[in-house]
Design a protein around this ligand. Structure first.
Ligand code: DC
Length: 223
């Protein structure tokens, strides 16, 4: 078995940026599991009819080909052969992902895929249920969090940086709504694993977060 690092936490805590940087520094493979839920959510929307029933959702999973490939070290995700890595990075797709991820039958399909992708590799995986469900035996589990206002402020800045005109109150409401949906669903809700280490990034810079996690890794790798 390779060395597995699980990073879970709420939307906007910086999981993917942190996980990507750690993967680079440690020469691990980075797997973004949210991208799979986003892609399936997009597939559901493109089908023209939201899968309301269990049978609809099984059909959606059966008829949707999601493929994860690594091109020059970066994860790309393909929906029925089309690279949708860029398309899924919208707030709308985040919402679709959160909606589709409520269903246990959907989760079990994607979890199986994620476990296969991770097997035998040195991997950093981020999501909501990595330490609790996907990689319960991971050697290191981080629960990366930050105050909701801080997460909304970061998202606001990011959108501003992209030349958009976001409204802070709207962003804050979206982040809060996603927190509620991800933590209160009955199937694998977002929760810290018993052996998960909380890293609260509210008052830490990006480099400080990386340093804290690398220090934890240094300790774990010695064991
Ligand atoms: O990390 P993200 O914003 O790309 O995730 C989008 C949504 O997908 C998130 O709101 C909940 C869901 N998700 C999940 O349920 N389990 C995961 N392992 C990853 C994401």
């Amino acid at each position: 078995m390779g060395f597995q690092i699980a990073i879970d936490g709420p939307a906007g805590a910086g999981k993917s940026t942190v996980a990507k940087e750690l993967a680079k520094r440690l020469a691990f493979t980075y797997l973004d599991t949210g991208a799979m839920y986003r892609t399936l959510g997009l597939a559901a929307e493109l089908s023209g009819c939201w899968p309301e029933t269990f049978e609809d959702r099984i059909r959606l999973c059966d008829n949707t080909d999601i493929d994860v490939r690594f091109l020059e070290g970066n994860q790309h995700i393909f929906l029925n052969g089309r690279d949708v890595s860029g398309d899924i990075r919208t707030e709308h797709c985040g919402r679709l992902a959160s909606d589709i991820s409520k269903y246990p039958e959907v989760r079990s399909r994607l979890v199986t895929m994620q476990q296969k992708l991770a097997s035998g590799m040195n991997v950093i995986m981020d999501g909501r249920d990595i330490g609790t469900v996907v990689l319960p035996d991971a050697q290191m589990k981080i629960f990366l969090t930050a105050d909701v206002e801080e997460r909304a402020a970061r998202r606001y800045k990011e959108l501003k940086g992209k030349g958009q005109e976001p409204v802070f109150e709207e962003i804050l409401a979206q982040v809060k709504e996603r927190d509620i949906q991800d933590t209160t669903r009955s199937a694998s809700p977002l929760t810290r694993a018993k052996d998960g280490i909380v890293v609260d990034s509210t008052n830490l810079s990006f480099n400080e977060v990386i340093a804290v996690i690398l220090a934890i890794y240094g300790e774990r790798a010695k064991q």
